[in-house]
Design a protein around this ligand. Structure first.
Ligand SMILES: [Zn+2]
Length: 90
């Protein structure tokens, strides 16, 4: 498959994924993203990775050992934009 509009859609939706796993995404975007996830393995992997990371962070946060600032930095470190771009090139 070589569909440039698909890669563009990933780019657009990837920005909403952190809010999606956070539960703060609007229902409309949520539905759009879930629809896309059913047909996009790339984004499914991103959501999966992010969910695992967040559950780790939340488990840790319960012990009060991980401030929100660290969590924000974690999102940044994951560098989702690069992940998607690299994967789309393959
Ligand atoms: Zn995608």
């Amino acid at each position: 498959m070589n569909d440039p509009s698909h890669a563009h859609k990933c780019d657009h939706l990837i920005a909403t994924i952190s809010e999606y796993v956070d539960g703060s995404l609007s229902p409309q975007l949520c539905a759009e993203l879930e629809k896309h996830l059913r047909e996009c393995e790339n984004c499914t992997v991103v959501v999966d990775t992010l969910r695992k990371t967040i559950s780790l962070v939340q488990t840790c946060a319960e012990d009060d050992c991980l401030p929100g600032e660290v969590r924000a930095r974690l999102f940044h470190t994951l560098d989702l934009d690069d992940f998607v771009k690299n994967d789309a090139m393959v």
